[in-house]
Design a protein around this ligand. Structure first.
Ligand SMILES: NC(=O)c1ccc[n+]([C@@H]2O[C@H](COP(=O)([O-])OP(=O)(O)OC[C@H]3O[C@@H](n4cnc5c(N)ncnc54)[C@H](O)[C@@H]3O)[C@@H](O)[C@H]2O)c1
Length: 261
């Protein structure tokens, strides 16, 4: 631990999930105070409890990122419990792994509303607080789908490609406020998003990496020879959050073991 985030306050959406949870733990171990936000409050609470148990400062809050009022509440709770916000990690995401002709309008909408509208509303809600902090960093979750979306879920392709535009628009708009904005694109990360059967990311034997064939396909597509771990991605979020990345804004950082080449 080197206290690279000492005095910083972070809001981490999807904080009850695998990658958001890894960021919350890592940011806390570097001295940040963390608001762990998720619409599965019990998962967010587990992460916050773990951080508090390790001597860090955190609280969990129920947040559906699609709802602007819930964002306003989450930001004001964070300000009163931890102080003004300096870091925002937009991880919350959804996917339905069906092709163009099978994806329903409701599925398409949900993917866009959680991943894209959710990040947009989060940025709008958090920027005034970041200004009160004297600046900040917005970290958006991208994907291989932001590089080469392929022929899978059209909603996911559109949502993750759009994160590049949203990131650049925020970077441009808020540079004058000393606020940077970066999109980080993982490759294949071994998490419940790819393995489990969750409401926000359903999987069955045909899609889950529990199926050895699916696992092998993703592994074969990763030149560095292993799937990523949530901690691999959290390390890039940490780098982008610190002054080591002081001149990085509007950019995409890929952490994909070479999968996007
Ligand atoms: N796992 C991968 O291979 C991979 C690769 C690239 C990008 N991603 C992206 O990473 C992000 C995190 O995924 P993960 O792999 O950690 O999966 P995860 O399922 O563990 O985490 C996703 C989290 O988002 C939360 N969430 C869903 N809808 C929400 C909403 N409306 N409001 C608030 N929270 C909501 C879920 O409750 C969950 O905790 C997603 O945006 C996903 O698209 C995943």
């Amino acid at each position: 631990m080197s206290n690279r985030l000492l005095g910083k306050v972070a809001i981490i959406t999807g904080g009850g999930g695998a990658m958001g949870g890894a960021q919350a733990r890592l940011f806390s171990s570097e001295g940040a105070a963390v608001c762990v936000a998720d619409n599965r409050i019990e998962k967010a609470q587990e992460v916050a409890d773990e951080i508090i148990h390790s001597g860090g400062k955190a609280f969990a809050t129920n947040l559906d990122v699609r709802n602007a009022d819930e964002w306003a509440t989450a930001v004001s709770k964070t300000e009163s419990e931890l102080g003004s916000v300096s870091l925002l990690c937009n991880n919350a995401g959804a996917n339905f792994r069906v092709g163009f002709e099978e994806q329903t309008e409701d599925q398409f909408r949900l993917i866009m509303e959680v991943g894209l509208n959710g990040a947009f509303l989060g940025i709008q809600a958090v920027v005034p607080s970041m200004r009160r902090s004297g600046g900040g960093v917005i970290l958006n979750m991208g994907s291989l789908a932001a590089i080469r979306p392929g022929g899978g879920s059209p909603g996911y392709a559109a949502q993750k490609m759009a994160m590049i535009g949203l990131t650049r628009s925020a970077a441009h708009s808020f540079a004058k406020d000393n606020i940077r904005s970066v999109v980080i694109s993982p490759g294949h990360v071994d998490t419940p998003f790819l393995r489990g059967n969750n409401a926000h990311s359903p999987n069955d034997w045909d899609t889950s990496i529990d199926n050895p064939e699916n696992y092998a396909k993703r592994l074969d597509g990763t030149p560095l020879g292993r799937l990523q771990r949530p901690e691999d991605i959290a390390n890039a979020f940490l780098f982008a959050a610190t002054d080591d990345a002081a001149m990085i804004t509007g950019s995409m950082i890929t952490v994909d073991g070479g999968a996007g080449m």
